[in-house]
Design a protein around this ligand. Structure first.
Ligand code: IFM
Length: 694
């Protein structure tokens, strides 16, 4: 079984992709997979979950901290920074089951080997070992420091920053523009004397061939009043090896209920790698949610999108329901922000933020894209028009409750979320021709904004009303709730686009009349290959991502099964898959209609997304690179809900297997109503039995 992602060699152009690909994280912090000699120009980033800051009138975004792992080796006065021509051997190895990253670089005169991890046990601790080995006799040096020149997209975020040396510790104190104090404590430990001069350190020694200098970094992030000095001293006493073992064993445990085994070696590794990117985002003590680019940086402002509820939550619900609960608690805790957003548009109830940060207020800019040539900000409407976000959240609560049986979440505030979202939709609707319509919206397909009656949106709203009706008895904690009768009546009057004679559901009112142009032709119409396709595609049938298909996949209870094929055949050629959220939806649908080559190909597209070096990095002129948790989760969904066809109907679980030819067997574990099951294929059927190792 392949456990390690290895990349040999160095290529300047891959620095940013490798930063994502070799990311380490522990649910609270992320450290990009960059090399020790790199600096902010290489996007080195120690990214923090849930701590945001705004600089002047720029976008509010998550913050990055100073880099305590900044090292440069030296031989006889010559400094070594990797480039494409100066190394003999170079590789990076990410152990995805242990969440550790190792580096090996051999140059003419010396060899560097290092290892690092962000502890999954003591979440504020970053630990690193750096070894220089002499290839010949001579004078060797290692320079190292805490690099406070931080990579930031919309910074600087520290209006005051100070690094001081005190009694063996480098203490960074930063005050953000919003007034938050962040401290990091770093102690370097070596078998040699460390010389310190103005916050720069070095170790210098004459070494004989084969001899080494080793420096350890113990860095502790203190966002509160933690006793960082004590934590680091304890860590040093425990030592690198034991800390690594503790961390790795703890991380390996996460795999016990998460791993999905498939008998397809290459795909297995990609799937494992995808789950790695989800498991590094888990933190049982955190009530923040998962940003769309995980902890790989400040892209999308470090904000939480519908990606979590629609894609990531099902993975955690099945593999780690208590963390899934935390993710939903985030929406409960940010309800106030959603209500504020609704009020700002003169609506009632809760209109959840398209881009949500710590308090749930809308952080999506009105100009989310720039012209790549003129750099002019271009008007976008993601925040105002993607009203489906509130319904996505309601549906996620219901799914979680159905799978876990945890009704207590309703009493903990879940019912208020559901109720307020429904209230929002009632205030948002337009009554026309005896029906309620939702005008001027944007569905998941972000290339068409300002459309009326997007099918995904209307059906999701309809479903969220069904959900409120189902849990209506819990509204007794709400003062003067809208009556059940009124909600039922409203729901029955929602306009729901029906399949046409050919069985196709029109994506929105007027879609069928749009110009019949396919994605490749639309792409050819661009003047610049970074140009945002939406502005050209909006007049055509080309769509960015699964829309009607997402509806059919996400709401199987609508009973549209007999129309699956017609809609799949119709919409697939128009879909650009310009969002990484698209492939998994089509993969699942392809499984359902037995288009198994496509289901497999699109599954691999989702699972391999963060292994490539040619990802889409720009929307217009805006950098959108980073890891893709929703696509990582989409790979899992493609297997469980696509290949295995898992479905929960009236508390009964069922499977409808459609395997691609590359896969004959699948094994996985899942939680259902508090019990853990192991499932596997036997004689073409899915067998599941209770797992005793709970
Ligand atoms: O939520 C997605 C959206 O559906 C497409 N654009 C990127 C967002 C963040 O992943």
């Amino acid at each position: 079984m392949k456990k390690i992602l290895t990349k040999n060699g160095f290529n300047q152009k891959d620095i940013v992709s490798f930063g994502n690909m070799f990311l380490l994280a522990n649910g609270r912090y992320g450290y990009r997979g960059t090399l020790e000699e790199f600096d902010k120009t290489d996007m080195v980033g120690l990214n923090v979950l849930g701590l945001y800051d705004r600089y002047q009138d720029k976008w509010r975004e998550s913050i990055n901290l100073p880099n305590p792992l900044h090292y440069i080796p030296c031989f006889n006065g010559k400094e070594y920074k990797i480039d494409e021509n100066n190394y003999i051997n170079h590789h990076l190895k990410l152990d995805i089951f242990k969440a550790t990253l190792s580096r090996y670089s051999e140059y003419d005169n010396l060899i560097i080997s290092s290892k690092r991890f962000l502890s999954s046990v003591n979440k504020n601790l970053l630990v690193h070992r750096y070894i220089l080995k002499a290839k010949e006799d001579g004078q060797y040096k290692i320079f190292f420091n805490v690099d406070t020149d931080i990579y930031e997209i919309n910074g600087p975020h520290f209006r005051k920053k100070e690094l001081k040396y005190d009694n063996g510790f480098f203490i960074f104190t930063g005050k953000t523009n919003e007034g938050k104090i962040v401290k990091t404590y770093t102690k370097y430990v070596s078998n040699e004397t460390i010389i310190i001069n103005k916050n720069q350190c070095y170790v210098s020694k004459r070494l004989q061939k084969g001899h080494e200098i080793c420096v350890f970094t113990y860095s502790y992030i203190a966002l509160g009043d933690e006793d960082a000095v004590n934590e680091i001293n304890n860590a040093i006493v425990t030592g690198f090896e034991e800390l690594e073992m503790e961390h790795s064993l703890n991380f390996e445990k996460k795999w016990e209920t998460a791993r999905v085994e498939i008998d397809d070696e290459e795909a297995q590794f990609e799937l494992d790698y995808s789950l790695y990117h989800l498991l590094i985002l888990e933190d049982k003590e955190s009530y923040h949610s998962i940003p769309a680019r995980g902890l790989s940086g400040q892209t999308y402002k470090g904000a939480v999108f519908w990606d979590t509820e629609a894609f990531i939550l099902p993975f955690f619900t099945l593999s780690n329901p208590s963390f899934a609960r935390n993710l939903l608690m985030y929406r409960i805790n940010t309800l106030k922000g959603a209500k504020k957003k609704a009020r700002s548009f003169n609506y009632q109830g809760a209109f959840y933020a398209w881009e949500s940060q710590d308090d749930g207020t809308e952080q999506c800019s009105k100009y989310n894209v720039t012209d790549p040539i003129t750099n002019e900000p271009l008007r976008t409407y993601f925040d105002e028009k993607q009203i489906h976000i509130s319904a996505d959240i309601v549906i996620a609560f219901d799914r979680y409750i159905n799978f876990t049986g945890d009704y207590s979440i309703l009493l903990d505030g879940g019912i208020n979320v559901i109720y307020e979202c429904v209230k929002f939709y009632i205030s948002r609707a337009t009554f026309r021709n005896n029906q309620y319509h939702f005008d001027d919206v944007m569905g998941p397909d972000e290339y068409h904004d300002g459309v009326n009656d997007n099918a995904f949106t209307n059906y999701s709203i309809y479903q969220s009303m069904n959900i409120l009706i189902k849990y209506y008895q819990y509204t007794n904690t709400i003062k003067n709730p809208i009556s059940l009768k009124k909600i039922k009546k409203f729901k029955d009057l929602i306009y729901l686009p029906k399949p046409n004679k050919k069985g196709i559901i029109e994506q929105f009112d007027g879609y069928f009349k749009m110009k019949d142009i396919h994605p490749e032709e639309v792409k050819n119409m661009r003047k610049n290959d970074k140009e945002y396709l939406g502005f050209i595609a909006s007049k055509t049938k080309t769509i960015k991502q699964a829309d009607v298909i997402s509806l059919l996949v996400m709401l199987p209870e609508l009973g549209f099964d007999k129309y699956f094929k017609a809609n799949y055949d119709y919409y697939l050629p128009y879909t650009e898959h310009g969002s990484s959220l698209s492939s998994s939806m089509y993969s699942i649908m392809a499984s359902k209609i037995d288009d198994n080559d496509v289901s497999y190909r699109l599954f691999r597209k989702s699972s391999g997304i963060d292994l490539g070096t040619d990802q889409k990095m720009y929307a217009g002129g805006i950098y959108i690179g980073g890891t893709h948790p929703a696509s990582n989760a989409g790979a899992y969904l493609s297997v469980i809900f696509g290949f295995l066809g898992m479905r929960l109907n009236d508390d009964k679980i069922s499977f409808d297997i459609h395997l691609p030819k590359q896969i004959k067997n699948i094994k996985f574990k899942f939680y259902l109503k508090g019990r853990l099951y192991r499932a596997y294929i036997k004689d073409d059927t899915l067998v599941y039995e209770e797992d005793d190792n709970l």
